[in-house]
Design a protein around this ligand. Structure first.
Ligand code: FAD
Length: 226
């Protein structure tokens, strides 16, 4: 697969008007902002704040590099400070976007030669959504760990055979059980690179499992949310 040279990515602070809030599950939604001239590399995140509020939080970019909008996928955390405020934003209200930040991205040297296995818990699927949308030719597999199958956010984005949902509390999933249980049983070819994103417990457990399967640290890239 040939890819173009990336444009220079600059870190900026910009104010954007909320265009839309799209609900995907009971507590999870996509916040849509205008793209404007914002440039990023799939896998990177932004820091968001709300006008008049001193706090900010990081969110992976959910939309494609060349998409029409800048989107983030957010779970409203029970008792959280910031995510409930995001959920109650109205169309036309202002948010401050700082970024893009981070080096969690595809290794261009391996784009053609390797299979890409994306391992996500919850909203940790956001950067992989951006990668799959940005690189339609990519040889990938998504393994998504959630509690209920209804949390398979916009799974039609991924080819059916490339997407496995592991639901710890739901029979109605590709795999009933924790993502890590699925990983223990799964087989991967030698030329696989792994990308892990989500909560730290899942990431540490998954790294141990991959190590036991013979994949060392240089094949594994991680992004920890909390
Ligand atoms: C690089 C990076 C990228 C991130 N990308 C995303 C993203 O794409 N989507 C997203 O929803 N979140 C993402 N997060 C987490 C996000 O920044 C906030 O931590 C989250 O929205 C909670 O903020 P809060 O103010 O509501 O909760 P806080 O008041 O800050 O914290 C409340 C508690 O919630 C825990 N917590 C944080 N996130 C979650 C979660 N998803 N589920 C359960 N508990 C959680 C925290 O550990 C803390 O104990 C990312 C974090 C990082 C570091």
């Amino acid at each position: 697969m040939m890819i173009d040279m990336k444009p220079e990515v600059q870190i900026n602070t910009n104010y954007y008007k909320v265009e839309d809030l799209r609900s995907l599950a009971e507590n999870t939604f996509v916040l849509t902002l205008p793209k404007s001239r914002f440039k990023f590399v799939a896998g990177q995140h932004i820091s968001l704040s709300i006008q008049g509020d001193y706090q900010s939080r990081e969110y992976s970019i959910y939309s494609a590099e060349e998409g029409d909008n800048l989107e983030v996928l957010v779970k409203e955390v029970d008792g959280g400070y910031f995510s409930p405020k995001l959920k109650h934003l109205k169309k036309g209200e202002m948010v401050e976007v700082h970024g893009p930040f981070g080096k969690f991205g595809l290794d261009e040297k391996r784009l053609d030669s390797h299979k890409h296995v994306f391992i996500a818990s919850g909203t940790g699927i956001a950067p992989f959504h951006s990668m799959v949308k940005s690189y339609p030719e990519l040889d990938y597999e998504v393994i998504h760990g959630v509690r209920y199958a209804s949390e398979a956010y916009e799974k039609d984005t991924y080819e059916n055979k490339r997407f496995t949902i592991c639901a710890s509390r739901d029979e109605n999933a590709d795999f009933k059980g924790r993502l890590t249980e699925y990983l223990k049983k799964a087989e991967f070819s030698e030329n696989t690179c792994f990308y892990l994103c989500g909560n730290s417990d899942m990431i540490f457990d998954a790294m141990e499992i991959l190590k036991d399967k013979g994949f060392d640290r240089e094949n594994v890239t991680v992004e920890v949310y909390f």
